[in-house]
Design a protein around this ligand. Structure first.
Ligand SMILES: Nc1ncnc2c1ncn2[C@@H]1O[C@H](COP(=O)(O)OP(=O)(O)OP(=O)(O)O)[C@@H](O)[C@H]1O
Length: 248
């Protein structure tokens, strides 16, 4: 038995001649925020997709609590406690924040499809949805507004609430700060900080203020390879990381 909730062992993925994931091994503990950084095209999203089950590695394995889930798809991994947010919004645009999150609660509870239309009116779905929205700092007065009328920052909060409504053991967040302005970034960082310890978080992020404010551990990916993995202090001090990435 290992202490890791998630273990990646020797993952490889190629697209034609391009090695997008090159022998990647890393562990994420059940209470840690593990951040993956690296230049554009380094293979961060490709790696997240393999953890989520959306992309199959050519070789190597993905272990969740020591169970080999490499050959399982997205729904089977979601049932084991894996939730993912995307760089591009995955919300239903003309549904309210509350309806979007209520649907996530419904899918987690496995209740019947017939309830779908009235998900946000059913208190068994609405109350946990409201709680998830309040945990991400969403103003109560904004929860009934269609998400396409919300600000970009608010939509990011709703996406996080959707993930939280699934009561995940591990959240995969692909660039949660993307497109956020200064204050929204600070708010999102504070929300994610409050989630530390409740579930493991594997996070891809370019915003270095957020990365160093949040990370328990950082792995640096360059050309698909992990060139360094360690505490924020170790990563800051690494000459190889400075040369390959942070120095830029
Ligand atoms: N489905 C695909 N088919 C072919 N090539 C792909 C595919 N998906 C990704 N790639 C390539 O794999 C490499 C890694 O892409 P990926 O999106 O994982 O990088 P990234 O580190 O997430 O980049 P960014 O920071 O810009 O989001 C890139 O060269 C990309 O063009």
């Amino acid at each position: 038995m290992s202490d890791a909730l998630l273990s990646l062992r020797g993952l490889n993925k190629t697209f034609g001649a391009l090695k997008a994931t090159d022998d990647v091994s890393l562990d994420v503990a059940s209470d840690e925020i593990h951040v993956i950084i690296g230049p554009n095209g380094a293979g961060k999203s490709t790696l997240i997709a393999q953890v989520a089950g959306a992309l199959k590695p050519d070789s190597g394995s993905v272990l969740l609590s020591d169970e080999d889930v490499t050959r399982l798809g997205v729904p089977a991994r979601a049932r084991r406690g894996l939730a993912r947010t995307f760089q591009v919004s995955s919300l239903i645009a003309n549904f309210s924040a509350l309806a979007n999150v209520s649907l996530a609660v419904q899918s987690h509870q496995g209740s019947s499809f017939r309830l779908w239309r009235s998900a946000s009116r059913d208190s068994r779905l609405r109350e946990p949805a409201q709680e998830a929205l309040s945990r991400v700092g969403m103003a109560a007065t904004r929860c009934d507004i269609p998400v396409d009328e919300l600000s970009h920052g608010e939509r990011r909060q709703v996406e996080l609430a959707v993930a939280l409504a699934l009561q995940p053991r591990l959240m995969l967040l692909d660039e949660p700060m993307a497109g956020l302005g200064g204050q929204d970034c600070i708010n999102m960082t504070a929300v994610l900080k409050r989630l530390r310890g409740e579930c493991a978080i594997l996070l891809v992020e370019h915003d270095m203020d957020a990365v160093f404010a949040l990370a328990d551990r950082i792995s640096v990916l360059v050309y698909g390879r992990v060139i360094a993995s360690g505490t924020p202090q170790e990563i800051r001090a690494s000459r190889e990381v400075q040369e390959a990435y942070l120095g830029n």
